[in-house]
Design a protein around this ligand. Sequence first.
Ligand code: ADE
Length: 213
Amino acid sequence: MFDSPLNCSILKRARDKGLAEIHVHNLRDYTTNKHRKVDDYPFGGEAGMVMSVQPIDACISALKAERDYDEVIFMTPDGERFDQPMANSLSLLGNIIILCGHYKGIDYRVREHFITREISIGDYVLTGGELPALCVTDAIVRLIPGVIGDEQSALSDSFQDRLLAPPVYTRPADYKGWRVPDILLSGHDAKIAEWRYEQSLERTRRLRPDLLE
Ligand code: ADE
């Protein structure tokens, strides 16, 4: 589940350049039982399985013995909502652990004793924390200086200044009669910057008025 996203595009480039190190750990490798089981039946007899504390303790403890961590994050739909300011602040940290669980399915003692931060990527339930962890990883890593070629481009993303990004165009200037706005062909930098800002404001007002509150 992690191989392809971590070895493509921006995440691959960041890792190849040594700007980010990302390691994936399989909790089964930290089990002490014969069948490498990472879950068990819930006390109190509810439906579904619960991820056990033992392999998670063993994994987190082994990692902590090697280096210090700034945060141990648990991906869960009842966590704090992930957004760009949170990505910005997490990108300034040194080492983090991201634990992927299954909704309803993790022994609560893990959250009480190991987790320093709980993050949700939105109000919907996914099968596990893997895809959310990849979203958070991508959002953080692309902000690390040097990861994106043009330093400006991470800063001009939508949301970075609580505004949606303006429209962008490339050649040809006229495709089947669909013309690129004249202002972008004018070569007038100040006017183009002003146009972009107005477009950002207009799109934010229309599509995401909550960002302007
Ligand atoms: N695990 C399952 N659904 C999730 C979500 N929406 N955010 C974070 N982790 C999750």
